[in-house]
Design a protein around this ligand. Structure first.
Ligand code: GLC
Length: 488
């Protein structure tokens, strides 16, 4: 294909630092590019091995004796009953799992669900500050929202989607084990986040809010789909981070402490992002993954998550593009100040670039290049950048597929719907199709599955769980009252 791109003089901020000889011969260029991206192309045998490692991690996490040293923690949740449609009233929901924090007001009336919500930003200094600052900020946001909605005088039950690894001690008691996804607030790990929230609400004063349930976003996704689809048994998040939950038979949950009121099945929050933290995925880790991990604030942790999710994917692509440029294989060796900045190549660019179907045009790719202040590109550069994006995102989709296939094979049900949410899955043009294709290859023949988009599980799911808890509490209170001897 002839290069029709524009060559401009290298503007301010461009750099040609330590660039090897520019490769102009198309065949030689292609060969050298292939050589650099090779580590992202993995065959099915490798993905099958990922399934084996995953299963081993799941079993270790579920075992009573092995859980303590397991990296994939397999936390049992306390979410039992699904909504039965009789829940009524107004509920608040909080959704914290990334830089955006949402407060929602959800009104339930039979099957009717009305939602109002507002997004607040969590500034970087709060993400890396103290727990008190974080929860005070959350309480401030709740108060602002309630005032705007004119509900500050009401006493409202609340459901909290807190999308970080937590050991659940009850439906409304969850201890954060470790921060993930760029958060590191001092004084929260090891503590009950519901208690921290209640304390902050008390400090703020002037509002009556009680948190009745805390759930993970994977559970929210599962709950909101299970509402309409009885076969829904897995919740998957592919967003800033990645994680999955699923319904497990109690007899397989060795770490479960028995109680007379035991359910037959429990939802397990796998926290699968931590797979590989023990070196178990070293057989496929690339130099780019190592680089991303080394420069993250949680080095050595969430290795599987770092190869898949939105917080890291753009950075992996950026590192590959920079290496190609330094080797004289991209942009005529001329980069830009922007492209050289860590974290500057957003994962949304990967989705945008891969949306360029018409190769003669490369409209979105060129727009991304412009945003990155790259000026020295040709159509061939666009093609190579698109190729890099597709290899990195395909590996991510296939790795996530290995996780889902492992769950499907482990559960052994004939038909399973997987509720999926998260920006990566939502906005990437091929993620869904890539996953379906690879899961089909990795799953035991005879198992049928469906990947369905879950609509706002983190908001609606949390409110539904709180609503059920509220209904059960009211029913209990009524029973107790009815049992009391009549005092008249
Ligand atoms: C991270 C969190 C996990 C969450 C996932 C998706 O992996 O540890 O709890 O479910 O991100 O948001």
């Amino acid at each position: 294909m002839p290069s029709q791109g524009k060559f401009r003089s290298s503007g301010k901020g461009s750099k040609r630092s330590s660039v090897k000889k520019i490769v102009t011969d198309p065949k030689e260029r292609q060969r050298l590019v292939e050589n650099i991206v090779k580590p992202f192309i993995l065959d099915d045998a490798v993905y099958k091995r990922v399934c084996d490692v995953m299963l081993d991690n799941f079993n270790k996490g579920l075992g009573k004796e092995t859980n303590a040293e397991a990296r994939v923690k397999m936390f049992p949740t306390y979410v039992r009953s699904v909504p039965d449609g009789t829940e009524e009233g107004d509920f608040l929901a909080l959704d914290l799992g990334g830089t955006n924090f949402r407060v929602l007001l959800i009104s339930l009336k039979g099957q009717e669900v009305n939602m109002e919500s507002k997004i607040f930003l969590i500034p970087q200094h709060i993400m890396l500050g103290t727990g008190i600052q974080l929860f005070d900020h959350i309480a401030d946001c709740i108060y602002k929202f309630m005032k705007e909605q004119k509900i500050e005088k009401k006493t409202l039950p609340l459901g909290f989607t807190f999308s970080f690894p937590c050991k659940q001690l009850g439906l409304a008691k969850a201890k954060l084990t470790t921060w993930t996804k760029g958060f590191k607030c001092e004084g929260v790990e090891g503590n009950d986040i519901v208690q921290l929230l209640h304390e902050a609400i008390k400090r703020k004063g002037d509002m009556e809010v009680e948190c009745l349930a805390v759930i993970n976003d994977t559970v929210g996704a599962l709950m909101s789909c299970a509402h309409s689809d009885r076969q829904c048994a897995i919740g998957l998040i592919l967003g800033t981070g990645t994680n999955a939950c699923y319904i497990e038979k109690l007899e397989n949950v060795g770490l479960w402490d028995s109680d007379y009121n035991d359910p037959k099945e429990v939802i397990i929050n796998t926290e699968w992002g931590a797979m590989g933290d023990d070196g178990g995925l070293d057989f496929l880790i690339t130099e780019y993954d190592k680089h991303v991990d080394k420069h993250s604030i949680n080095g050595g942790k969430q290795i599987y998550e770092k190869m898949i999710s939105g917080m890291y994917m753009g950075e992996i692509v950026r590192l590959v593009l920079e290496k190609l440029r330094r080797n004289g294989l991209l942009f005529g060796g001329v980069g830009s100040e922007e492209l050289s900045k860590r974290g500057r190549f957003y994962t949304k660019y990967v989705s945008e670039i891969e949306s360029d179907v018409d190769e003669s045009d490369f409209k979105s790719t060129k727009q991304v290049f412009e945003e990155l202040e790259l000026t020295n590109y040709t159509d061939e550069d666009c093609r190579i950048a698109l190729y890099v994006c597709s290899l990195v995102s395909t590996r991510a989709a296939y790795l996530a597929s290995a996780g889902i296939a492992t769950l499907l094979n482990k559960m052994g049900r004939k038909d399973v719907s997987v509720a999926v949410d998260g920006s990566l899955y939502r906005f990437h043009p091929h993620f869904h199709d890539l996953m379906v294709e690879k899961i089909e290859k990795l799953v035991t023949p005879g198992i049928r599955f469906k990947l369905m988009l879950s609509h706002d599980g983190s908001g609606k799911g949390a409110a539904l769980v709180a609503a059920v808890a509220n209904r059960l509490r009211d029913e209990e209170a009524k029973k107790e009252k009815d049992c009391k001897p009549n005092e008249d």
